[in-house]
Design a protein around this ligand. Structure first.
Ligand SMILES: Cc1cc2nc3c(=O)[nH]c(=O)nc-3n(C[C@H](O)[C@H](O)[C@H](O)COP(=O)(O)O)c2cc1C
Length: 325
């Protein structure tokens, strides 16, 4: 399948694996790229630029296909060494960066001078237009359904994607709620040039996370996510568990007086505990509503082949048949 996104990134299928903290290691990124999509290493999961350089080198040993690195620009008292991370990306020969969080403008010249294509993840049309105006090459449009940070506007993809299509000139992918061939065809129909998946890629054989997480995803329904941290204007969609309920209880009790420190016990260090040790109630972790559409743990190759098979069948048979009738 050929779209502006497959052309831009030199990939076979218009499917991207979004950066995921403590999930997006070389094993998953290389599996997605080997299957014809675009795999992405999560930059900040690597604690230093040197460790990111090692992870990029590991990924390169596992695939000869293009892959990217995610860099999330989050407000922080002591910001990470972004210049060092970008240097590691450039020196590692990586040609795609998925940026997220704050406006990446400050870092664009360094990346563009190195011939890197930048896809910025946004949750609103106005942020997408801003990213287009500062020179980003593509957008990942993240609807309210998404796992992780959906922003504060709460616009789901059935509205957000066609709105993005009305306004943007550069290509964009649909992100949030994407799971299968139906998602891909719907995303294309709504004006996107492909799709980005997070939660769906966690339930794959190659995702280097504890099996408890994969089983929890398979067993969960679309009712099993919660929205936390809205009072802190750092809204996040997460898996419903004991830690999530505790955060929500504190939010109700403290109201507008809540501070990040009040919920730090449920958040700090949660990712290694959940993703590596499989201690499922011990902290808050991002998860999309799409969890209700995930019923198995295939290999990445099986998943991507199945998605593309479904998408072609939908377009060539179901939709062509309806259209011709
Ligand atoms: C466990 C998990 C961790 C994530 N970590 C990050 C991250 O570190 N940086 C980032 O930009 N996005 C992160 N995301 C968001 C994904 O890249 C992607 O945008 C999102 O999962 C799409 O929604 P979906 O889960 O419905 O597919 C994370 C998502 C999940 C599920």
């Amino acid at each position: 399948m050929k779209t502006r996104i497959t052309e831009l990134f030199g990939i076979e299928h218009p499917i991207i694996q979004g950066g995921m903290h403590y999930v997006g290691f070389a094993e998953l990124a290389s599996a997605v790229s080997n299957a014809g999509g675009l795999g992405i290493i999560t930059g900040l999961t690597q604690r230093t630029p040197e460790l990111l350089a090692n992870e990029i080198a590991r990924c390169r040993e596992m695939t000869s296909k293009p892959f990217g690195v995610n860099l999330s620009f989050l407000p922080a008292v002591n910001p990470p060494d972004y210049a060092g991370y970008i240097r590691a990306i450039i020196d590692g020969g990586v040609k795609v960066v998925e940026t997220a969080g704050n406006n990446p403008q400050k870092w664009l010249p360094m990346m563009k001078d190195a011939g890197i294509k930048v896809i910025h993840k946004c949750t609103s049309v106005r942020h997408a237009l801003k990213a287009e105006s500062i020179g980003c090459d593509a957008i990942s449009v993240d609807g309210f359904e998404c796992g992780g940070h959906p922003g504060e506007d709460d616009v789901p993809n059935f509205i957000l994607l066609p709105r993005a299509a009305e306004e943007l000139k550069i290509p964009f992918v649909a992100s949030g709620g994407m799971a299968d061939g139906r998602s891909l065809v719907a995303a294309l129909a709504l004006g996107a040039d492909g799709m980005n998946m997070g939660t769906r890629f966690m339930a794959t054989v190659e995702a280097p996370i504890h099996d408890n997480v994969k089983q929890a995803i398979v067993q969960a329904s679309e009712l099993d996510t919660r929205i936390v941290m809205r009072p802190l204007r750092n809204t996040e969609r997460v898996f419903a568990n004991a830690a999530t309920e505790e955060v929500l209880r504190k939010e109700r009790e403290l109201g507008s007086r809540i501070r990040f420190e009040d919920i730090a016990p449920e958040l700090a260090g949660a990712y290694p505990r959940i993703m590596q040790q499989g201690d499922m109630q011990s902290g808050v972790w991002s998860c999309g509503m799409v969890v209700g559409l995930i019923h198995d743990v295939p290999t990445v190759q099986q998943l991507i082949d199945r998605i593309m098979g479904e998408a072609h069948a939908l377009i060539d048979q179901r939709l062509a048949g309806i259209s011709a009738a």
